[in-house]
Write a protein that binds this ligand. Structure first.
Ligand code: GDP
Length: 421
């Protein structure tokens, strides 16, 4: 592999900027800048030489092939965090024939060199993108190889089952049907149980990863915008007032006690004669129906019967002016009821994460579903067909980890990474 380099820290000013160099000869390049670096994985404080000048005083280290993030020989230069220093070092490296890495290229090399499987790569991508505590926790488990370890366990069940099937085939006597030992079916049903658990917990895990959607609905002047603004100021708003894909819905990303939540302001929910507006309202209604939860707002604490679903929350707005018997009294003016409302939103959503699986990417779900379906009807199959079923299941698990069929996904996955990752 050719030598690549990139800034691993975000561009801009900071205490330290780290430039990573990966490929055969990374050590030699680092030594050309900093002098001899005898020991790998050892930090040296050195002047970085640029012809007769000293560019910067930096920490320099290198890692041997097989003992680095990418699996290649790799060097790191920890410079002072000024863009002008990083830029100059970049020029010096380019002059030495190195190439600026493409987006995600370090991680891609780590994958190609077997340092990470595809689920760990996806986990790392999620970890780097994580905004809330629950996203971080899920991503951490995935990136540290928890799914890979599960898949290895599943493979070992398949290998044992496969071996038992092989040994049950009596080649000597072709007239007598072969008996498959019961243990084979025990192993396969254990696997099916595990796969089912992951598949059924996908929806919740996906929500943890991408965030829950909570629609705020109610008639005009119910106090929707005021409440959303109030909540946004109280909770950590991740991105404020991001306009949705349509003008009809405003989205606000929130961190509610570690859960990523998108509040949908369906301000346009009312009947209208205007065709264009009606279309917008229709879209807003669809989003509200598909959301994970709906807050029904009105001063009277009335629900919208056409949109109500079990578990929705009824909010009696403007409680400083009105005294409703129905719904949770909330005032955006005095903040009365706001904490209770946040509690109830959190409780409703976190209850749904109880059975969350580890699997949270569509690609992972497809591979697991394929494995699960391959096992369907395995019971009662003759040994030859059973052996084939076991092979098919194993290859779906290989697909899960990207051991086969990864090509289709690599570009999609790595373009979401930035340069330097
Ligand atoms: P939306 O059409 O449902 O988004 O309603 P708005 O949030 O725009 O509120 C409509 C009107 O009610 C505005 O004049 C607000 O100032 C007022 N309002 C909203 N919430 C409260 C509240 O809690 N107390 C009082 N007194 N007025 C409120």
């Amino acid at each position: 592999m050719d030598l690549i380099y990139a800034e691993a820290t975000p561009p801009g000013r900071g205490g330290v900027s780290i430039v990573r160099i990966s490929g055969d000869g990374a050590r030699r390049i680092a030594e050309s800048l900093a002098g001899p670096l005898a020991r790998p994985r050892h930090a040296y404080l050195r002047d970085i030489r640029d012809a007769d000048n000293i560019l910067d005083r930096a920490l320099v280290m290198w890692f041997e092939e097989g003992h680095s993030f990418t699996g290649e020989e790799l060097a790191e230069i920890h410079l002072h965090g000024a863009p002008v220093i990083v830029r100059r070092l970049g020029q010096m490296l380019t002059n030495q024939g190195l190439r600026l890495a493409e987006a995600g290229e370090f991680t891609r090399r780590a994958f190609l060199n077997g340092r990470m499987d595809l689920s760990e790569v996806e986990g790392l991508g999620d970890l780097l993108a994580a905004e809330t505590e629950s996203q971080r926790r899920l991503a951490m488990r995935m990136s540290s190889g928890e799914l890979a370890r599960k898949a290895d366990h599943w493979r070992s069940l398949l290998i044992r089952a496969g071996a038992l099937v092989e040994s049950s085939v009596d080649f000597a006597d072709e007239d007598v049907p072969d008996d498959v030992p019961d243990e084979v079916f025990d192993l396969l049903s254990e696997l099916r149980r595990d796969l089912h658990e992951q598949i059924s917990g996908y929806a919740a895990a996906e929500r943890i990863r991408n965030g829950f959607e909570v629609a705020v609905i109610g008639p005009p002047n119910a106090g929707k915008s005021s409440l959303i603004n109030r909540i946004a100021r109280r909770e950590v708003a991740l991105v404020s007032d991001v306009a949705g894909t349509t003008r009809d819905i405003i989205e606000l990303r929130l961190d509610i006690r570690g859960l990523a939540v998108t509040l949908l302001d369906t301000a346009g929910l009312r009947t209208s004669e205007d065709i264009v507006e009606s279309l917008g309202i229709e879209r807003a209604r669809t989003r509200a129906v598909e959301a994970d939860l709906r807050l029904h707002l009105s001063p009277e604490g009335k629900k919208d019967d056409t949109l109500w679903q079990d578990g929705d929350i009824l909010v009696a707005t403007k409680s400083d002016l009105f005294n409703s018997v129905e719904g949770l009294p909330v005032s955006s003016l005095t903040s009365e009821g706001l904490d209770q409302l946040i509690d109830r939103i959190f409780d409703a959503l976190s209850a749904r994460t109880a059975n969350a699986a580890l699997v949270s990417h569509q690609r992972q779900l497809s591979a697991l579903s394929e494995a699960y379906e391959a096992l369907e009807g395995a019971e009662g199959l003759p040994p030859e067909l059973l052996a084939e079923t076991i092979r098919r299941t194993a290859s779906s698990l290989d697909r899960l980890l990207g051991r086969i069929g990864a090509e289709d996904y690599l570009d999609v996955i790595f373009t979401s990474f930035c340069i330097g990752k």
